[in-house]
Design a protein around this ligand. Structure first.
Ligand SMILES: NC(=O)c1ccc[n+]([C@@H]2O[C@H](COP(=O)([O-])OP(=O)(O)OC[C@H]3O[C@@H](n4cnc5c(N)ncnc54)[C@H](OP(=O)(O)O)[C@@H]3O)[C@@H](O)[C@H]2O)c1
Length: 315
């Protein structure tokens, strides 16, 4: 089968689209015939070697996390899925291998694909959608009527966050550059702030949740605009954030938190339900064939994508 692998860390040209053996599903793993995947920034961070402490030096590494496709075969302990099921989910980004014609993935990391969307839109949803959902619902304890600010509202994660917050009856402020204001409004933001012209951390509005989907603003900056019991959630680790998490953990009042997206089947089912009820619609910026992975990752690496970058798989 065709798959994208790397033999060393580096720039996009280390990405190789080549033939490797088709994996065989064992135990709790499901063999999925991949119809589409999508690019997440973690994919190119792994390719660059930014996460080499986790991804190691055992090459070739198979890349790719998000998957939407059709169950081809199942391991002997799989009970939830059978061949022919249309599924979506995400593999461990480290050596996950979803940039391929086939991938094996534990059944606990899959759910049935939302019925009202195609494979491309479904592949855009798992990692970014669950990051947003777990940040807002699990970490932020989102409740109807909450005031939520999403920084990076035009990106892959932020676009889901705006829609999920609205689906749970929050009042949403989306922060993006002026060129993406219409998109963020269309996603459901009640208010849109252009970060090139105004600094939300210096304004008088207060929020129950500040979700920094792009990890650009610190807890100490955002605490100025959080309510007394407000929660700041970031997608990116930093020494300052870990210090803030430790400092706020034991005391009442504002909390700093970091999300580490978990590929839980239950959350994928909840996301599928939101999509089927037209509460959430995956936003696709560009679509590339998997063979064009170099261009797809290069575009993601610009940091300017609006919504998700989808990879289609022939066959
Ligand atoms: N911890 C986790 O579990 C987890 C999970 C998923 C993602 N992440 C991380 O979360 C980050 C975001 O992921 P993503 O998929 O949403 O990325 P993305 O789609 O590539 O984000 C691109 C968007 O970021 C916006 N942006 C760039 N600079 C900004 C700024 N200073 N202020 C506000 N918006 C800005 C851009 O809008 P403009 O062009 O308008 O600036 C663009 O629309 C990545 O670093 C990723 O690795 C972490």
């Amino acid at each position: 089968m065709k798959a994208v692998t790397i033999d060393r860390y580096g720039s996009p040209d280390v990405l190789q689209y080549r033939d490797i053996d088709t994996p065989v599903p064992q135990g709790d793993r499901v063999l999925v015939k991949v119809r589409a995947s999508s690019v997440n920034p973690v994919d190119w961070k792994i390719r660059r070697g930014d996460l080499a402490l986790l991804s190691g030096f055992d090459f070739p590494l198979r890349l790719g996390a998000d998957v939407a496709g059709i169950v081809e075969a199942v391991g002997d302990r799989v009970s939830q899925f059978q061949p022919g099921d249309e599924v979506f989910g995400f593999a461990n980004p480290i050596n996950g291998g979803a940039y391929a014609e086939f991938v094996t993935i534990p059944e606990s990391q899959l759910a049935l694909k939302p019925r009202n969307i195609g494979f491309e839109a479904a592949a855009a949803a798992p990692l970014a959608g669950l990051t947003a959902m777990q940040s807002l619902l699990d970490l932020g304890q989102l409740r109807p009527g909450f005031s939520v600010l999403v920084n990076g509202a035009s990106g892959g994660v932020g676009g889901f966050a705006v829609q999920i917050a609205k689906a749970f009856s929050a009042t949403v402020t989306g922060v993006c550059s002026g060129t993406n204001a219409d998109l963020v409004r269309m996603l459901g933001s009640d208010r849109v702030l252009d970060y090139t012209r105004e600094d939300f951390t210096r304004q008088s509005d207060r929020y129950d949740i500040v979700f920094d989907a792009v990890g650009k603003r610190s807890f100490s900056e955002c605490s100025r605009v959080l309510n007394p019991e407000g929660v700041y959630v970031s997608t990116l680790p930093s020494p300052e954030l870990f210090a803030a998490i430790a400092q706020t953990f034991f005391f009442p009042g504002q909390k700093a938190k970091i999300v580490l997206a978990q590929p839980k089947s239950r959350d994928l089912q909840a996301l599928a339900e939101l999509i089927e009820n037209d509460k959430v619609k995956p936003q696709i910026d560009r679509t590339y064939p998997l063979s064009n992975i170099i261009d797809a990752q290069s575009y993601s690496e610009t940091g300017r994508a609006t919504g998700k970058i989808v990879l289609t798989v022939d066959g």
